[in-house]
Design a protein around this ligand. Structure first.
Ligand code: SAH
Length: 450
C-alpha cells in the first residue's frame, strides 16, 4: 500500500454459493488452491509467474455484522431476536454516528437499550471482526498503519494519513491479492480470501474513531514483536513512543477520504466492495455519511467490473493502475493485461469518466530503467489525449521496492523528465506523496512482514 497524495476514491466480491455470479466471477483463471492452515492461519499458495486468481478461495465467512446490512435489514434482524425493530436503528446510531466503543464487553455503555437486550444485540449484530495486532506510526505522527487479524487469522492492513486539510484511510479489500503484479508485496503472497463488507467498513470506522475521539482499540495478541511504533497493549492515545503526535489524538477530526489501495483487488471482490462504498456513503445512521467524491477505487483494470461500477450511480473516483503504456511491458508488470489490454482498460476508464463525471487517475509506479523511458511517457500522453482532454490525470509514484526486489525507483531526474513529457502534452500530472515508506508503506509489506 502506498500512500496517496490527492486523497480520494474505488470495490470487491465475497461469493456465496447462492449468489448470482457477478461478471468478475466468471473470469476464473485458475481453480482456488487447496487451503493450507498453520496454527489456524490460512496460508495461500504463492502464485506462479503471471498466474491470475480472479475468484477468491471459498473459506469460512466472517460472522454477520451490522455493517453488512441495510438499516431495514438491521431492524429485521433485531425483530428476529425478539427485540423491537428500532433497536437496530439505535445500534446504528452508536456504530456510525457516535462512533462508540462497541467492544463485545461494552454492553453497559448502551444505556438507551434495555439492560437485558444489550448483550444479545451486541452479540448478534456487532461481533468483533478485526483485531489490531501491530501499529506503526511515522511522518511525525501523521501516518498510522495498522495490521489487523481477522476472525480466521488472516492478516490485512490499513493506513490512516492525516493532512492539514483532510484525513485519508487506505483500506484492504482482500486478504492477499490474486493479481500477481511482480513489484507489489501483496501480489507475491497470493490470495487468501475476500473481505466482507463489514470487514472493510470496520477499517474505516476504526480510523474515524481515532480522528473523532483520539482513541483506537488497544493492540493485543500474539506475533506482535519488536520494531513497532507502539508497544504492545498500549492504546494509541497513551503511547510511550517518542513520536506520538497521532492523527486525531486531540480528537474532533473526521475521515474525509477512503482509498481502496491497500491489500487486494477490490473489483475482484465486487459485491463486498460496493457494499462497503454504500455503507460509507449512506447518510448516518445507516452509514458513515462520507461523500462519494472522497472515495477512490483503485484497480488493475478489470474492464467488466469498471463498467459495472460506472452504472452503480455512486460517483467514486476511479484509479487505474496502468504502470506501462505498451502491452508488451504491461503483460509483465500487471498480468491481468493478458486479459484486458492497455487500450481496453483506457477505453473503460474513459467510459467511467463519461458516466460519472469523475476525473480518472492513472497510477504509474516509476521503476528504474523498466518503465520510465521518455518514449513511454510520450506514448502514455498520446494514448490519453487520443481519448480526449480533461478526463484524466496521471499520478506517477516512485517505486517503493519490496524486500528482495531487483527493481528500484527511478532516478529523480528521470522522474522529472517523465512528468514534464506528460505535461508538455497537456496531461495533468502530479507525483504522488510517498508517505509511510519507513513503516513498510508499500502495498502489503507490513502484513507480509508480520
Ligand atoms: N489492486 C488495486 C490496489 C492495489 S494497491 C490496484 O492494483 O490498483 C494501490 C496502488 O499501489 C496500485 O496502483 C499498485 O500498483 C501500487 N503499488 C503496489 N505496490 C507498489 C510498490 N511497491 N511501489 C509503488 N506502488 C505500488
Amino acid at each position: 500500500m502506498t500512500t496517496r497524495q490527492p486523497a480520494v476514491p474505488a470495490p470487491t466480491e465475497t461469493p456465496a454459493p447462492t449468489e448470482t455470479p457477478a461478471p468478475t466471477e466468471a473470469l476464473i483463471e485458475a481453480p482456488a488452491p487447496a487451503a493450507t492452515e498453520v496454527l489456524g492461519q490460512p496460508i495461500p499458495t504463492a502464485p506462479a509467474r503471471g498466474q491470475l486468481l480472479m475468484v477468491a478461495p471459498r473459506r469460512g465467512k466472517p460472522p454477520r455484522h451490522l455493517a453488512d446490512l441495510t438499516l431495514a435489514e438491521r431492524m429485521a434482524a433485531a425483530a428476529e431476536l425478539g427485540e423491537k425493530p428500532f433497536r437496530g436503528r439505535q445500534l446504528s446510531v452508536h456504530y456510525f454516528e457516535r462512533l462508540a466503543d462497541l467492544d463485545p464487553a461494552s454492553a453497559h455503555q448502551l444505556t438507551d437499550l434495555p439492560a437485558g437486550s444489550r448483550q444479545p444485540l451486541l452479540d448478534a449484530l456487532l461481533p468483533r471482526l478485526i483485531q489490531p495486532i501491530r501499529e506503526l506510526v511515522c511522518d511525525g505522527g501523521a501516518t498510522v498503519k495498522t495490521v489487523w487479524r481477522l476472525f480466521d487469522g488472516a492478516l490485512v492492513e490499513s493506513v490512516l494519513m492525516k493532512y492539514p486539510d483532510r484525513a485519508t484511510v487506505c483500506v484492504s479489500s482482500q486478504a492477499g491479492c490474486g493479481m500477481n503484479c511482480p513489484f507489489c508485496a501483496t501480489g507475491q503472497s497470493g490470495l487468501t480470501r475476500n473481505l466482507s463488507t463489514a470487514e472493510i467498513v470496520e477499517q474505516v470506522r476504526s480510523a474515524a474513531r481515532l480522528m473523532a475521539h483520539g482513541v483506537s482499540t488497544p493492540v493485543t495478541g500474539p506475533g506482535t514483536g519488536g520494531g513497532l511504533g507502539v508497544p504492545l497493549g498500549v492504546p494509541l492515545g497513551e503511547s510511550t513512543d517518542s513520536d506520538d503526535r497521532r492523527p486525531g489524538s486531540s480528537g474532533g477530526g473526521r475521515v474525509s477520504n477512503v482509498v481502496f489501495m491497500g491489500m487486494g483487488e477490490a473489483l475482484a471482490n465486487y459485491k463486498a466492495a460496493v457494499g462497503a462504498i454504500r455503507r460509507l456513503t449512506d447518510p448516518a445512521p445507516e452509514g458513515l455519511g462520507l461523500s462519494a467524491r472522497g472515495i477512490t477505487m483503485s484497480t488493475v483494470g478489470l474492464v467488466p467490473a469498471i463498467d459495472k461500477l460506472a452504472a452503480e450511480g455512486i460517483p467514486v473516483t476511479l484509479a487505474l493502475s496502468l504502470h506501462a503504456p505498451d502491452d508488451e511491458l504491461r503483460d509483465e508488470l500487471v498480468p491481468v493485461n493478458t486479459r484486458w489490454k492497455v487500450a481496453e482498460a483506457l477505453d473503460a476508464a474513459r467510459r467511467y469518466f463519461d458516466a460519472t463525471g469523475r476525473r480518472v487517475s492513472i497510477e504509474y509506479a516509476l521503476i528504474r530503467d523498466i518503465n520510465d523511458q521518455e518514449w513511454r511517457a510520450d506514448l502514455l500522453g498520446k494514448l490519453l489525449t487520443a481519448r480526449g482532454r480533461g478526463w484524466v490525470h496521471v499520478n506517477p509514484i516512485p517505486l517503493n521496492p519490496t524486500p528482495g526486489s531487483k527493481w528500484t525507483a527511478s532516478d529523480p531526474r528521470v522522474q522529472n523528465t517523465f512528468v514534464e513529457r506528460l505535461r508538455a502534452r497537456g496531461v495533468p500530472t502530479t507525483v504522488r506523496d510517498t508517505r509511510g515508506q519507513e513503516i513498510d508503506g508499500a502495498c502489503g509489506q507490513l502484513a507480509a512482514a508480520t
